[in-house]
Design a protein around this ligand. Structure first.
Ligand code: OSB
Ligand code: MG
Length: 369
């Protein structure tokens, strides 16, 4: 693969509904679609998942742009690439900036799969034909609204419901949800909103039969999470704290979590995601695929990754129409009875809808070899 051209399409897509987490509210999604073109004129697509503000992690749309254009793209196009696994090797000397690395690596994986006429899922070694999905529900202004939203998504067939929590919107809210839905597969995501000072409250969550509690403590912590896990029967799932296979190994060794949320962007790409997946398979740690309010391109990468066997828990990759009036892929991602069928055309398996992409595009930058 000799990459001739890399384009960064900067898009702004308005969310159908604002999405509120413990750290802030998203009204829209600004991100890059990465398009790489090889010597035969074939394109591969990736998506950068950093947000406009550094709330979830330190990366932003602008730091991604700088890292990609000034540092990573020159390394990527310098020499031909035989296999996408070489990309993370090539980026190894650059510290962190995982979402910028992952956006480019994702485009290379798509292109590689297309060139070898296989689905991205196959190229990754995935065997599932269908995947189970759940849905993540933001903080609402009343419990009544939350219950209505949950009820609609349960009717749509989603396999588990994730409820965002923060201090003041936690135990009482979850308890009401549990009373209304006694058999619901439900979990909570705190996005780092608590500390060990809240341990009494966190221990009470054990009453509610949650599948797990996601990232209750600091975004950069694995020590306090281990102390907390020792006192909770509810499994802790780590999201923000895990950036690599090494992070996963240390968290598992310490007992900081019993489940891992793999986000391709957060860990620096599909190659590192595979390594974490394989390690968790060996250790018997369940994994699932998290979401970053992606457009269809990022969603397609998540779907392909979830085809691997240790993704034993439903992920956050909900249908396109849960987020967007119109997605940038054809067909859009649809969920039936809580399942997504893995597409069978080569690469990410969805076509890019150029017309819609251009509608959302606010800027394009192209680097040529
Ligand atoms: O913590 O998983 C998270 C959205 C934005 C930032 C962080 C998170 C989330 C979600 C929604 O939970 C995931 C999605 O629906 O794409
Ligand atoms: Mg999370």
């Amino acid at each position: 693969m000799d990459i001739q051209e890399v384009s960064l399409h900067r898009l702004v897509m308005k969310l159908k509904e604002p999405f509120t987490t413990s750290f802030g509210t998203f009204q829209e999604r600004e991100f890059f679609v990465i398009e790489i073109v090889d010597e035969n004129g074939l394109s591969g697509f990736g998506e950068s998942v950093a947000f406009a503000s550094p709330w979830y992690s330190e990366e932003t749309v602008k730091t991604n742009e700088h890292m990609m254009t000034d540092i990573l793209i020159p390394l990527l196009i310098k020499d031909p690439i035989a296999h996408p696994q070489e990309v993370s090797e090539r980026f190894r000397s650059i510290r962190r900036n995982n979402m910028a690395k992952s956006a480019l690596e994702g485009a290379v994986w798509d292109l590689f799969a297309k060139r070898s006429n296989q689905t991205l899922a196959n190229a990754l070694g995935g065997e599932k034909k269908q995947i189970e999905v759940g849905i993540s529900i933001g903080i609402q202004s009343s419990v009544k609204e939350l219950l209505e939203i949950i009820s609609n998504h349960v009717d749509e067939g989603y396999k588990r419901i994730k409820i965002k929590i923060k201090p003041g919107w936690d135990y009482d809210v979850l308890k009401e949800v549990r009373q209304h839905f006694p058999n619901l597969d439900m979990m909570a995501d705190a996005n780092s909103a608590y500390t060990l000072k809240d341990i009494e409250l966190l221990k009470r969550l054990d009453e509610l039969d949650l599948m797990m509690i996601e990232q209750p403590l600091a975004h950069d912590d694995i020590i306090d999470h281990a102390k907390l896990q020792a006192q909770l029967s509810t499994p802790i799932c780590l999201d923000e704290s895990i950036h690599s296979l090494e992070d996963a190994r240390k968290a598992i060794e310490l007992g900081s979590c019993k489940i891992i949320n793999i986000k391709i962007g957060r860990v620096g790409g599909l190659t590192e995601s595979l390594k974490i997946h394989n390690y968790c398979l060996e250790k018997g740690i369940p994994v699932w695929c998290g979401g970053m309010l992606e457009s269809g391109i990022g969603r397609a990468h998540n779907i392909a990754l979830t085809s691997l066997s240790q993704f034993v828990l439903p992920g956050d990759t909900a249908s396109s129409n849960r987020y967007w009036e119109k997605d940038i892929i054809e067909p859009e991602v649809t969920v039936k009875n809580g399942m997504i069928t893995i597409p069978d055309s080569p690469g990410i398996g969805y076509e890019i809808n150029r017309e819609v992409l251009e509608l959302y595009r606010v800027e394009i930058k192209t680097v040529t070899k």
